[in-house]
Write a protein that binds this ligand. Structure first.
Ligand code: HSE
Length: 412
């Protein structure tokens, strides 16, 4: 059986390495007589690379080669990955991808095309890198009615927050270190602004609840505004700040999906997930809470998930995986302003007594927090549970203080 890889970057080269390193074992598990890498598509040149002889720049060689039965897409980005994957599926080839942007934007459509062409479209590596999560949700937890998922789905932001919490680094210092370590890109927006985590929670929500969740329908907030003052107040409250992506089924059939920084209590299973690690909590009616933990990114952990899908494709040439993933209608994702939360608020004022009185009048009972060395005029508190809409309306009525930070509080 022949395989082609599209995109010879970090993950693609990891896939080639793993296919060779564990070749015998992979062939055996695939229940094939052979498993050979035939092409690697990439515009760049790799002089001296052990697979230099397999490198091509022309996609048509892959799509027109009947011997290639499995195409691995590790290019990233939407274009031309989408066009190449679509053409591969239409040509009757199984496709395995690690590309969360592609699956989040086009997963439903590509699964339909795969179905029409009697091939598999698998994407275990698109969420959580090497952590098994797609297969456990769609197979191992299939008997459950899952009503909620929440997780730390981005390693880079978790690394940055960990450095802020444990080493007292500012956001800028921690971002610089993440870039030096090769976690964050030179343009770190996809990670620090929450878009990467958003794509991943969209994929998980579609799998758990059966309908496509489009990323642009999801309220997404990153971690750029988090300061060391917020970290200190979280500590005083008894927890830490994490970037949480969550999705919940609502009683009326819609879903609530959101990505934002959140206070998490120290005893939560998610609170001790540090550095570049990811963790995903799935809440099912039979299983209760189950947490998947591990390396959410990186060359070999992600290649591990990709090659597992390649093996799965090889074993199930005649049988398709069913994900039960349909398209969704307008309004399927509820407006985030309807969501209820408790909130942490940090503000500055020239008249603390008046400001606290105003917040108390607006929010009812509030719980004040304190931290060492707080500058004159700074104060922070947590609210009772209110909707995002109510919160925004009430904050609009405050003239006695300047609100510097608002962070959601979770109960995971
Ligand atoms: N940039 C991502 C992360 C890599 O930091 O988690 C995997 O999606």
């Amino acid at each position: 059986m022949y395989v082609a890889i599209m995109g010879y970057g970090v993950v693609g080269s990891g896939v080639a390495t793993l296919l060779k390193k564990n070749h015998e074992h992979i062939v055996k598990k695939s229940m094939q007589s052979e498993m050979e890498l035939k092409y690697i598509l990439d515009r760049r040149t790799f002089p001296g690379d052990p697979y230099e002889h397999l490198l091509i720049t022309d996609f048509s060689k892959i799509v027109e080669d009947d011997e290639v039965k499995i195409v691995v897409e590790t290019m990233g980005g939407l274009h031309p990955a989408y066009e190449y994957v679509l053409a591969s599926l239409k040509a009757g080839k199984n496709v395995v991808t690690s590309n969360k942007e592609l699956v989040a934007a086009k997963g439903c459509e590509l699964l339909k095309v795969a179905d029409e062409n009697n091939v598999n479209f698998l994407f275990e590596a698109s969420v959580g890198g090497g952590i098994p999560i797609i297969r456990p949700i769609s197979q191992c937890l299939a008997a459950n009615d899952i009503d909620e998922i929440a997780g730390i789905l981005n390693g880079t932001t978790n690394f940055i927050l960990t450095k802020m919490i444990t080493d007292g680094m500012t956001f800028d210092e921690a971002l610089l270190l993440a870039q030096k370590n090769g976690y964050a890109e030179r343009d770190p927006s996809a990670d620090v602004d929450g878009f990467d985590a958003c794509r991943k929670i969209c994929i998980l929500a579609a799998l758990c609840f059966g309908k496509h969740v489009y990323p642009d329908a999801v309220y997404t907030e990153g971690i750029r505004k988090i300061t060391l003052a917020d970290v200190e107040y979280a500590r005083a409250w008894g927890g830490v700040i994490k970037l949480i992506a969550k999705a919940k089924k609502l009683e009326d059939g819609r879903v609530s999906v959101m990505v934002s920084p959140a206070f998490i209590q120290n005893h939560s299973q998610l609170a001790s997930v540090d550095d570049v690690f990811n963790a995903i909590l799935v809440r099912g009616d039979a299983i209760g809470d189950v947490v998947f933990y591990g390396k959410g990114a990186g060359k070999m952990p992600t290649a591990s998930a990709v090659v597992a899908d390649v093996i799965d494709c090889a074993r199930h040439m005649e049988r398709k995986k069913f994900f039960g993933w349909q398209d969704s209608e307008e309004g399927y994702v509820a407006d985030y302003l309807e969501t209820e939360n408790t909130f942490y608020i940090r503000a500055t004022t020239e008249n603390a007594a008046a400001a606290v009185a105003k917040f108390t009048e607006l929010f009812g009972e509030i719980s004040l927090l304190s931290r060492q060395d707080a500058p004159e005029g700074e104060f922070a508190f947590t609210t009772k549970s209110i909707s995002e809409k109510e919160l925004a309306d009430k904050l609009g009525l405050v003239n006695e203080a300047s609100v510097e930070s608002v962070i959601r509080i979770t109960n995971y």
